[in-house]
Ligand binder design. Structure first.
Ligand code: NAP
Length: 251
């Protein structure tokens, strides 16, 4: 498995699951482009941590829900490294707990713009660079979905669950579209993972409240998701495309 010198872009890579992916990838020899939305401190601290450990990383600020930001982000990767071998579409948001009959269009538009359109725009830019059809050398894409896509998240955030359902379908369709162009596209479906996303959705105690419904009776660690992502990106997964891997403790 040769990852040395390969370039990986991780959207939402500065905190939570994305940060765990960046740490593991840097250890494996990838040069890592870490995208984030607004928290400069977290992004720059992670770059410093990776460099201190002998790895290579840059931070790129940008909203994946903005087409201009996405285009600028990929150009920044081109300028820094001159190649792109792998993309992890990890940036994603939840919103406060609500029923569908309480959701307004602004909430729905934000959810779909960041979680769905953002991932599709980033995949577009990656395919333009990786596809043999465009003169590229191939690559791998992993989309971060959620167990919510199969559970539906009733009474909590059906909109979020539906955005991840779109990611599952996008994964299958894009995988088949580029299967002969030397690009593999897969997804992971994390279950309840210990990150700050629950607090940012207004539910800081969510993990403690629902870990009992997980068959393994515990939440997952960001690193446990990262290991699955790194495997799907690697040559070890050379015959896997269009796959969606549950990383959810049996849920
Ligand atoms: P998190 O801890 O809240 O971290 C979110 C990361 O995404 C941060 O780096 C944040 O940047 C960045 N981000 C947010 N909005 C962005 C945008 N519009 N453009 C670019 N970057 C953006 O989240 P997480 O729990 O690690 O979740 C990561 C992914 O896993 C998401 O797609 C989520 O849906 C999925 N997931 C999580 C769980 C879970 O239980 N944690 C379960 C299933 C699926 P800033 O630091 O600048 O804000």
């Amino acid at each position: 498995m040769s990852t040395e010198g390969k370039v990986l872009l991780v959207t939402g890579g500065s905190r939570g699951i994305g940060a765990a992916i960046c740490r593991l990838a840097a250890k494996a020899g990838y040069r890592v482009a870490i995208n984030y939305a607004s928290n400069d401190k977290a992004a720059h601290a992670l770059v410093a941590e990776i460099k201190a450990a002998g790895g290579e990383a840059i931070a790129i600020k940008g909203d994946v829900g903005s087409e201009a930001d996405v285009v600028a982000m990929f150009r920044a990767v081109d300028a820094a490294y001159g190649r792109l071998d792998a993309l992890v579409n990890n940036a994603g948001v939840v919103d406060v707990k609500a029923r569908v009959d309480e959701m307004n269009a602004a909430r729905l538009e934000r959810m779909m713009r960041i979680n769905v359109i953002g991932s599709m725009l980033c995949a577009r830019e990656a395919v333009k660079r990786m596809s043999s059809l465009h003169g590229g050398k191939g690559g791998a894409i992993v989309n971060v979905s959620s167990a919510a896509s199969s559970l539906g998240s009733p009474g909590e955030y059906v909109d979020y669950a539906a955005s991840k359902g779109a990611i599952d379908t996008f994964t299958i369709g894009l995988a088949r579209e580029v299967a002969t162009e030397n690009i593999r596209v897969n997804a992971v479906r994390p279950g309840i993972i210990d990150t700050e996303i629950h607090a940012s959705g207004g539910q800081p105690d969510r993990i403690a409240a629902i870990r009992g419904i997980v068959p393994m009776k515990r939440e997952g660690k960001a690193e446990e998701v990262a290991r699955a992502v790194l495997w799907l990106l690697s040559d070890e997964a050379s015959y896997s495309t269009g796959s969606i891997l549950n990383v959810s403790g049996g849920r």
